[in-house]
Design a protein around this ligand. Structure first.
Ligand code: 13P
Length: 252
């Protein structure tokens, strides 16, 4: 049995004061209402990591970053390293989000290096994959997602890949209000798990959590999370409201 995981991706939103208020509201609603062992992660912008980390100390809520550099350290102005995140006590980092792939041209080879940097510093990558609309319409979505997973992760040893989290986020469902149907989500998650099993065997593939992302809301979370291969969600817009985010956690 895989433990369910619900991660919020705040993207580039909130000021410091707003981030503080949202973190504390999530902690208090979660503490009052959630009894399940679902893992909860807030992936906040870099400037708020330390603050959210301090606020969530001694609570079941964890904090993650949204990206890290593929370089260890050095002259890379504006970049944030895995070592820096580790030094703040941050356990999770989103890598390969479609917005990074699309707007910052992050390639499969680069993401493989980011995964290596993260793992070298004992960070748990939340590795994203997912197809744009035109690929879905062409019917080549499964091939693309299999390629993304292989490029980013298949250089890893079985022990290393066993420790990561995958998030399937169809680009056409991100921020559009258009959610994948439970069938579409389950089908792709099963494809990813089969691909993992083909490379690493069933024992490893059954361990790896695969989250769904793309317009997850309180009213669709329960149904999506009930699919056998959907182990929770990576939530964008709805994670910016504590009430909605905690209702989504309750759906897991
Ligand atoms: P939305 O939940 O806003 O569609 O965003 C999903 C996402 O990109 C999470 O990483």
């Amino acid at each position: 049995m895989r433990t369910k995981i619900v991660a919020g991706n705040w993207k580039m939103n909130k000021t410091s004061a707003e981030a503080k208020a949202l973190t504390s509201e999530v902690i208090s609603l979660h503490g009052a209402e959630v009894k399940s062992p679902t893992k909860v992660i807030l992936c906040v912008p870099f400037p708020f990591l330390q603050q959210s980390k301090e606020q969530t100390a001694n609570t079941p809520v964890a904090v993650g970053a949204q990206n890290c550099s593929e370089h260890e350290s050095g002259a890379y102005t504006g970049e944030v390293s895995a070592a820096m995140l580790k030094s703040l006590g941050i356990p999770y980092v989103i890598l390969g989000h479609s917005e990074r792939r699309q707007y910052f041209q992050e390639s499969g080879a680069q993401l493989a290096r980011k995964v290596d940097r993260a793992l070298a510093h004992q960070l748990i990558p939340i590795f994203c994959c997912g197809e744009p609309l035109e690929i879905r319409e062409q019917g080549t979505h499964e091939a693309l997602v299999r390629k993304q997973v292989a490029e980013g992760l298949f250089h890893l040893a079985p022990e290393a890949i066993s420790g990561i989290i995958i998030a399937y986020e169809p680009v056409w469902a991100i921020g559009t209000g258009k959610t994948a149907t439970t069938q579409q989500a389950q089908d792709m998650h099963a494809v990813i798990r089969k691909e993992l099993a083909g490379k690493y065997g069933n024992v490893v593939s059954e361990k790896i959590p695969i989250l769904y992302g793309g317009s997850v809301k309180p009213d669709n979370a329960r149904e999506l999370f009930s699919c056998p291969d959907v182990d929770g969600g990576l939530v964008g817009g709805a994670s910016l409201k504590a009430r909605d985010f905690v209702d989504i956690i309750k759906g897991a």
